[in-house]
Design a protein around this ligand. Structure first.
Ligand code: UDP
Ligand code: MG
Length: 317
């Protein structure tokens, strides 16, 4: 069997501090794997600039001039990390890669584990997911958020292994299958959990970020989580129906007891506090339910427009 061509895909958003060291460390890894006859000498790095406003793209271009193994594409604007990963996969598929590994620009994920991913690929696995050993480097909010998110996803019927990351290997077949997934909102962790194919896991430690700051703001995390839930499960919509039914049932019972009080027991009307609390409660539930329905409507709206998922302005290959 001929040696596989590996493409290492790196999404970058305002990562000017990280590009050079990422290129150096990853080139080193490619070199070592090539020397050990693990991968083809045609293997390369693919950087996707996700609409950075700093010098990220200039640095990628400069690295490309020095080293033809460095390739890249630049988005017209910030489309988010999921789209950057997707574009990296599809663009390097055009360059005839056989397997693909995605890793963050800050190399917080142990890049030394790439060898293990390749071994699992050679054992016949089509998807190899990187799972974090722990969340030590995350703040309390991110940790709690992730915990709630994975629990909710499980309740909603989407079985994602907790502590999943975007550090993963995919084979050519998987990437080409992924091209048939036409939805705008791609929640990759969910898709790889349900796409099938032979799968294995690599466990790794997360290092602290050496340069720059996290590009995943609270809002980006929250949006990713909401997209994950609404693009994979309709259980929240069903829950809305149930909640509506129960609230209606409770209101009916309260109404009935008031009626009995009035007609048969001739009791005085109870205090207005009860009424205010009930109205507030029901009002809150209604707004929440409309919000849930709105989330799904928003998803539909995005899908129906059928716009391109991302626009590439420039490439260096
Ligand atoms: N990233 C991206 N687009 C974004 C936000 C992040 O391509 O809108 C990239 C970022 O450059 C990095 C990776 O996604 O390579 C993970 O981001 P980061 O390290 O900031 O997240 P954290 O490790 O804090 O979760
Ligand atoms: Mg990071």
């Amino acid at each position: 069997m001929s040696l596989p061509v590996l493409s290492i895909i790196v999404p970058c958003f305002n990562e000017k501090e990280c590009i050079n060291s990422a290129v150096n460390k990853l080139t080193e890894i490619l070199k070592k794997l090539e020397e050990d006859n693990e991968i083809s000498s045609k293997s390369f790095l693919f950087f996707v600039d996700d609409g950075s406003s700093d010098e990220t793209w200039e640095l990628i271009k400069a690295e490309h001039e020095k080293n033809s193994k460095v390739k890249g594409a630049k988005f017209t604007r910030n489309y988010g990390n999921q789209m950057a990963i997707l574009a990296g996969l599809f663009e390097s598929d055009k360059l005839d890669a056989d397997c693909f590994i995605t890793i963050d620009a800050d190399l917080q994920q142990e890049e030394e584990k790439i060898k293990e991913f390749i071994q699992k690929y050679k054992e016949g696995n089509k998807i190899v997911c990187g799972i974090r050993n722990n969340r030590k480097t995350d703040g309390l909010m991110k940790k709690t958020g992730a915990f709630i998110f994975y629990k909710l996803m499980n309740i909603f019927g989407v079985n994602i292994k907790p502590n999943h990351s975007e550090y993963r290997l995919l084979s050519k077949e998987v990437v080409q299958t992924l091209e048939n997934f036409k939805e705008r909102n791609m929640f990759l962790r969910g898709i790889f959990s349900e796409i099938g194919f032979k799968k294995d896991y690599v466990y790794f430690d997360v290092k602290p970020r050496e340069q720059g700051v996290s590009k995943f703001t609270f809002f980006k995390m929250a949006a990713l989580a909401l997209n994950g839930i609404t693009s994979f499960s309709i259980i929240p919509l069903r829950m809305v129906t149930f909640v509506g039914f129960f609230v209606a049932l409770i209101s009916f019972c309260i109404g009935l007891s008031a009626f009995i009080d009035k007609v048969f027991l001739s009791k005085a009307v109870s205090g207005w506090a009860t009424i205010v609390v009930t109205i507030g409660f029901i009002g809150g539930i209604q707004i929440l339910c409309i919000g849930v329905i709105g989330e799904y409507l928003g998803q539909l709206f995005q899908e129906v427009k059928n716009r391109p998922r991302y626009i590439i302005e420039n490439t260096v290959i």
